[in-house]
Design a protein around this ligand. Structure first.
Ligand SMILES: C[S@@+](CC[C@H](N)C(=O)[O-])C[C@H]1O[C@@H](n2cnc3c(N)ncnc32)[C@H](O)[C@@H]1O
Length: 159
């Protein structure tokens, strides 16, 4: 897929976002990175939060081929093959292509979901789309990130 090759050059854009939200990422716990792609966030976490345990899933075998992390599984974001074992779920630039209905099923009580979503049209519309998909989570934080790619960052807690 052409997208796989384009995305390879996108690392600085994603890293800029991760650095902006780093203070909100817990230092401990078990993380599911939905739509992990070529593993930029997994790589980031291994350096900045070495005590986090992180598994990535992605639907694209092409993206996963480029992902050098050991803990990766090919799966659809709406058919997650896990029990409720995760303390933290990250959905970075992927929530727009999944329904999000399985996220609560694999999350532990009181767990956190961290969402980054690039803004295509308006921030208000993007926030609304994320809120709709996080129904059932208590929204604890909403922030607009300026940078190379404007994004919405939201944190929800499983209640
Ligand atoms: C824009 S990339 C974001 C990658 C990564 N989260 C990051 O921060 O760099 C979107 C990723 O979502 C994956 N994806 C698309 N649809 C998916 C689905 N239904 N289930 C799981 N992953 C999906 C794509 O293959 C791609 O790797």
């Amino acid at each position: 897929m052409l997208f796989d090759h384009i995305y390879d050059s996108w690392k600085p854009v994603q890293y800029e976002k991760y650095l902006q939200i780093e203070a909100y990422i817990p230092s401990r716990g078990f993380v599911l990175d939905v739509g992990t792609g070529n593993g930029y966030f997994q790589d980031f976490v291994r350096i900045t939060k070495p005590e986090l345990k992180i598994i990535g899933i992605d639907i694209s075998s092409e993206m996963l081929k480029q992902n050098k992390n050991p803990d990766i599984i090919r799966a659809h974001g709406d058919f997650l093959p896990f029990r409720p074992v995760f303390d933290i779920i990250t959905c970075f630039d992927v929530l727009h292509v999944i329904k999000g209905t399985d996220l609560k099923i694999v999350m532990k009580d009181n767990g956190l979901i961290l969402v980054l979503q690039f803004v295509r049209f308006s921030e208000i519309e993007t926030v609304k789309q994320i809120r709709d998909k996080l129904a059932g989570f208590k929204i604890e934080h909403v922030e607009i990130l300026e940078g190379q790619e404007k994004s919405v960052f939201m944190i929800g807690r499983m209640i």
